[in-house]
Design a protein around this ligand. Structure first.
Ligand code: LLP
Length: 412
């Protein structure tokens, strides 16, 4: 996180003072660092230099068009899960032949849009979806390239809400059903099975589950070869974790090395779908203290950033480091940092020791670049925040703060 640094006690985003940005653009405010995004993409992508590969950034982590454009300029492909994400990726200038489409519920119009755009392939999650893709492609006189998402039944040892590769999860096909699906696809007229796909979960902090899944996929790959299905792409999904607090996830270099070791002799193009590891620590959210309040049992710091802006603490009890924007050297107090929303789950931190803060002062919520703004909502009729992209001393408004009119657009 070298690009969010304190200089003489004042937090900067690259070359720009954060207080100045908050004064100019208001709070809550998301600030992304372009240099960090480039560095993270480069570190991840270059970790796979030993393999024929394509890094498809996972759009759901942070889908702002300015950010997508920056990554596309670095050579990134994209992993999408909806027609909306396809629209964004194309607007950002991503080459369609670098787009892979995942997700369990692709609708007919979304399949059509993706075929029209000419994406690289669909990561198919059920036989019903396979039939649908064959039908739509047939109507359009096209052949759709597909992978099947294999559910390898591996425990990723992460939060249950973001575990996706276990038997009980809704994602993908188990290996036995996949065999039948490949057979069926092989015989279809408008579908060509070209790949295998897997994504076992998010915020993984060890490499072992990835390797365990990979071993299963490689065994299955050999089985498919015997069946006469020729696989060219192996998509390993995303999931590499980041440091929010005390976690010590493997560095991308170490991750790349371990996977390369297993894959280097296979004639495959490897696809990676990193989201959080690219965007997570490239963004912060700035919030202003509206009031402080002492009750017999707690010290509350009431801020203007709420669960509608950053839902991760409310939804997963996630930890985000929170610190003053301007260090004042005050003593530490134990506080709950809460938003104005009418829910007790509306907190950014609970029982957290931070230096005492006063009304009007600013706090920075770190590691907010991934699954921050993209999961935000208008709950309590709150306008969604402004997003800035800082590049050196250059500031771009990547998204304007919503207006009250935006709130009722489309309502009668
Ligand atoms: N590929 C697929 C098919 C995915 O489902 C996901 C994330 C990714 C790639 C990217 O995973 P990453 O590299 O970011 O771990 N909202 C949750 C995270 C949900 C992740 C969903 N899938 C959170 O805030 O922690």
């Amino acid at each position: 996180m070298h690009h969010f640094q304190y200089r003489e006690g004042k937090l900067h985003a690259e070359e720009v003072g954060v207080r100045q940005l908050a004064e100019q653009y208001g709070t809550p405010l998301y600030i992304y660092s372009a240099a960090t995004l480039r560095r993270h993409f480069e570190a991840f992508d270059s970790a796979f230099r030993g393999l024929d590969h394509l890094t498809c950034y996972s759009v759901k982590a942070n889908s702002n068009v300015s950010l997508l454009r920056l990554l596309a300029q670095q050579g990134a492909g994209m992993d999408i899960v909806s027609g909306g994400e396809l629209y964004r990726a194309l607007k950002a200038g991503v080459a369609p032949e670098k787009i892979v489409y995942s997700g369990v519920g692709k609708k007919t119009h979304e399949i059509r849009e993706a075929l029209e755009a000419g994406i690289l392939m669909f990561n198919v999650e059920s036989t019903a979806e396979l039939e649908r893709i064959n039908e739509v492609a047939g109507d359009m006189g096209k052949v759709a390239k597909v992978s099947f998402r294999i559910n390898p039944d591996v425990d990723p040892k992460t939060h249950p809400y973001i575990s996706t590769g276990m038997k009980k999860n809704k994602f993908g096909l188990d290996i036995e059903h996949s065999l039948k699906a490949y057979e069926r696809a092989r015989d279809m007229e408008f579908v060509e099975p070209v790949g295998m796909d897997c994504h076992i979960g998010s915020q993984l902090t060890t490499i072992e589950p990835f390797l365990e899944a990979l071993d299963k996929l490689i065994a299955f790959y050999n089985q498919l070869g015997d069946m006469g299905v020729e696989i060219k792409f192996l998509d390993l999904g995303g999931g590499l974790g980041i440091r929010y607090n005390e976690e010590e996830p493997p560095h991308p270099e170490e991750f790349g090395k371990a996977l390369t070791e297993k894959l280097k002799d296979l004639p495959l193009t490897v696809i990676l779908e990193p989201g959080r590891v690219i965007a997570g620590n490239a963004g912060i959210m700035i919030t202003e203290v509206v009031y402080t309040k002492q009750t017999p049992s707690k010290n509350f710091v009431i801020v203007d950033g709420a669960m509608n802006d950053l839902v991760r603490p409310a939804l997963y009890d996630s930890y985000h480091r929170i610190a003053e924007v301007e260090e004042r050297g005050r003593g530490v107090v134990d506080v709950d940092i809460v938003g104005p929303i009418c829910e007790s789950s509306d907190f950014l931190a609970r029982d957290r020791d931070i230096p005492a803060v006063e009304q009007g002062e600013l706090l920075a919520v770190f590691s907010a670049g991934a699954y921050g703004f993209t999961m935000s909502s208008n709950y309590n009729s709150r306008r969604r925040a402004c997003e800035l992209l800082v590049d050196g001393d250059k500031v771009t408004v990547a998204r304007k703060r919503e207006t009250y009119e935006d709130l009722i657009r489309g309502e009668i």
